[in-house]
Design a protein around this ligand. Structure first.
Ligand code: FAD
Length: 490
C-alpha cells in the first residue's frame, strides 16, 4: 500500500508529466481529415509499422472522402469533385485493386472520347467531329479523323506537348521506387528537387511550354481549356500543376465505380482506425510532450503525433504555440449539375445535337463558365450536365444557357490552391516535433495521387522520427500487410 506521501508525489509527477497518466497506453496518432491524404497516412502507417499504436481520424463531415464526393442528380450518382485518375496513379490503382473495388471509364473526362468544342464567347473556335455510333469501327474512324483535325490546327506542337507531359510523369514515377531507394523528405522543396520536379514549380506553365516550343495557338486554346477544366485557372499556374493537368486529359483515364471516395473508406476500415465523423477539430495545442486536440463537440483528445490532412488555407484551427506557414489562396470552383437540355441558340446553333459534348473555354473574363460537359444522355432531349465556373452560376444565366432545366445542384468547392510561380511551400513538419502537414504538397499539384504520395512520405517520417523504426520493406512485411506496387494496363 502506498503511503500518503508517495501518493502525493505520484499525483504531483502525473501533473508535471501528463503522459505518465497513460503509461501503458500505446501511442496515439491523430489525423485531421478523412480524404485520400488522411486515409493514406493511416494506411501506410499500418503497412510500414508492426508496432502497437492507435489511429484516430477526425472528420468534420458525416462522410469520408473529402473532395472525393459524389452527387445524386435525380437518382443518378456522379463524381462531384475528384473524378478521374491517370493510368500511372499507382497508389490509387493499388488501393482500388486491393480493396476489391471496380475500375470504370469515367462518364465525363476531357479525353478524346467526347466531342470537344472550344468556345470563345461568340463562336466555337475549334470543334471535333461529333458522330455517335454503336459500331466500334465508326468510332475508331471518327477518333482518327479528330486526331487529324487536331494535327491540322496545332501541328507538331501537339507532339511537343506530349513529350513535356511524359517527361514530367516519368520523373514523378521515382516516388514509387523501392523504400530503400527513396530518402525521407522533411520539406516539399526537397521532395520535388529529388525527383527533378522542383524547377517546374518556380515557373509558369506558359513559360515552360514556350520553352518547349509549343505554338501560341495551342497554348491559348487547347492547353488553356485543359487548365481551366482541371484547375479553374489559366496557363499562369505553375509548370508542374500544368503538366499534371495536361496528363489528366490524356487517354486511359479511370475512376472507381460507385465513387472514388470508397478508396478512403476502404483504407480507413483496413487500418483499424477509430473514425470520428461530424467532429471538427478546433484547436491543436502542444502541452509538453503530447498534443491536445479540442473539437466542436467539446471533446479533448491526447495525441502523441498529429497529422493535418486538409488544406489550412481556409481552416480556422487554432495552434498553440502558433505555427507559421506561407500564405496560400484556394481557388474556388463552382460545380453546377443540371438535368435538362442546353439551348443551342446560346451557342448560335440550330440544334442541340450540334453542341459538342465537352464545351471548353479560352481565357476571357467575360466568359461565365470554364466548361460544360455531358455526364449522361437519358434521351434525345434529356441530359445531365456538369458545369465548372469560377463564380456561382445565377439562375438567369442558367436560363439563358439551358432551354430546359429540371434539376439544378450547386457545389462551391474550396477546390485546390490558386497556383503561383514560384511556389513557396510550407514544411511537412509544422513545429519541428510531431505535427505533420500532408497538404503542404498541394501547391506543387493537387490530385488524389499527389495527396497519397505526400501521405506515404509523412507515414515514413512518423515511423522514423517518432517510432525510431525503419519502415517494413516488402522483404520483411507479412503477406497480408498490403499490396505491392502494381502496374496495370487498363
Ligand atoms: C471540383 C474538383 C475536381 C477535381 N478533379 C480531380 C480529378 O479529376 N482527379 C484528381 O486526382 N484530383 C482532382 N481534384 C483534386 C482532389 O480532389 C484533391 O487533390 C484530393 O482529393 C485532396 O485530398 P485530401 O485528402 O488531401 O484533402 P480533402 O479531400 O479536402 O480532405 C480533407 C478532409 O478534412 C476534413 N476537414 C477539414 N477541416 C477539418 C477539421 N478542422 N476537423 C475535421 N475534419 C476536417 C474535410 O471535411 C475533408 O473531408 C479535384 C478537386 C475538385 C474540388
Amino acid at each position: 500500500m502506498l503511503s500518503p506521501l508517495s501518493l502525493f508525489l505520484l499525483s504531483f509527477l502525473i501533473l508535471l508529466h501528463p503522459t505518465l497518466a497513460r503509461p501503458n497506453d500505446p501511442p496515439t496518432v491523430c489525423i485531421i481529415g478523412s480524404g485520400i491524404g488522411g486515409s493514406s497516412v493511416a494506411h501506410f502507417l499500418r503497412r510500414y509499422s508492426s508496432g502497437p499504436f492507435s489511429i484516430q481520424i477526425f472528420e468534420r463531415n458525416g462522410v469520408v472522402g473529402g473532395r472525393m464526393a459524389t452527387v445524386n442528380v435525380s437518382g443518378d450518382i456522379f463524381e462531384a469533385g475528384a473524378s478521374v485518375l491517370h493510368p500511372k496513379n499507382f497508389y490509387a490503382l493499388n488501393y482500388t485493386q486491393s480493396l476489391g473495388l471496380k475500375f470504370k471509364t469515367p462518364s465525363s473526362s476531357s479525353s478524346n472520347s467526347l466531342s470537344l468544342g472550344i468556345w470563345d464567347g461568340k463562336k466555337f473556335a475549334f470543334k471535333t467531329l461529333l458522330v455517335r455510333s454503336d459500331l466500334p469501327f465508326v468510332d475508331k474512324i471518327v477518333s482518327l479523323a479528330n486526331s487529324l483535325l487536331m494535327f491540322l490546327r496545332y501541328g507538331f506542337s501537339l507532339l511537343r506537348m506530349e513529350t513535356f507531359v511524359e517527361t514530367t510523369v516519368d520523373r514523378f514515377l521515382k516516388y514509387y521506387g523501392s523504400l530503400e531507394s527513396r530518402p525521407l523528405f522533411e520539406t516539399v522543396d526537397g521532395m520535388l528537387q529529388w525527383a527533378g520536379l522542383y524547377n517546374l514549380t518556380t515557373r509558369t506553365l506558359q513559360e515552360e511550354l514556350v520553352d518547349a516550343r509549343l505554338s501560341p495557338l495551342l497554348i491559348q486554346e487547347l492547353v488553356t481549356v485543359i487548365t481551366r477544366i482541371n484547375y479553374g485557372q489559366s496557363v499562369f499556374i505553375n509548370g508542374l500543376a500544368g503538366a499534371v493537368s495536361l496528363a489528366g486529359s490524356g487517354g486511359g483515364l479511370w475512376a472507381v465505380e460507385g465513387g472514388n471516395w470508397q478508396m478512403a473508406a476502404g483504407l480507413i476500415n483496413r487500418s483499424d482506425a477509430a473514425l470520428h465523423l461530424h467532429e471538427k477539430i478546433e484547436s491543436i495545442s502542444y502541452l509538453g510532450d503530447y498534443y491536445e486536440l479540442n473539437s466542436t463537440l467539446g471533446n479533448s483528445y491526447t495525441c502523441d503525433v498529429v497529422v493535418v490532412a486538409t488544406p489550412l488555407d481556409e481552416s480556422n484551427i487554432q495552434f498553440t504555440p502558433q505555427i507559421s506557414i506561407p500564405k496560400r489562396k484556394l481557388q474556388h470552383t463552382h460545380a453546377t449539375f443540371v438535368r435538362g437540355l442546353l439551348n443551342p441558340g446560346y451557342f448560335g446553333l440550330d440544334a442541340v445535337s450540334e453542341i459538342p459534348e465537352l464545351v471548353g473555354t479560352i481565357e476571357d473574363p467575360d466568359l461565365p463558365f470554364s466548361s460544360i460537359s455531358v455526364l449522361k444522355q437519358h434521351g434525345e432531349k434529356d441530359m445531365t450536365y456538369k458545369i465548372f465556373s469560377r463564380k456561382r452560376m445565377a439562375n438567369v444565366l442558367l436560363d439563358s444557357i439551358f432551354s430546359v432545366r429540371q434539376v439544378t445542384i450547386r457545389i462551391n468547392w474550396g477546390a485546390y490552391p490558386h497556383y503561383n510561380a514560384p511556389e513557396v511551400f510550407a514544411s511537412f513538419i509544422l513545429d519541428g516535433r510531431h505535427l505533420y502537414y500532408v497538404n503542404a504538397f498541394e501547391n506543387a499539384a493537387s490530385t488524389m495521387e499527389t495527396s497519397a504520395v505526400a501521405a506515404e512520405n509523412i507515414a515514413r517520417l512518423i515511423i522514423s522520427r517518432f517510432f525510431n523504426q525503419l519502415p517494413l520493406t516488402s522483404a520483411n512485411m507479412s503477406s497480408d500487410s498490403g499490396e505491392q506496387i502494381l502496374h496495370l494496363d487498363l
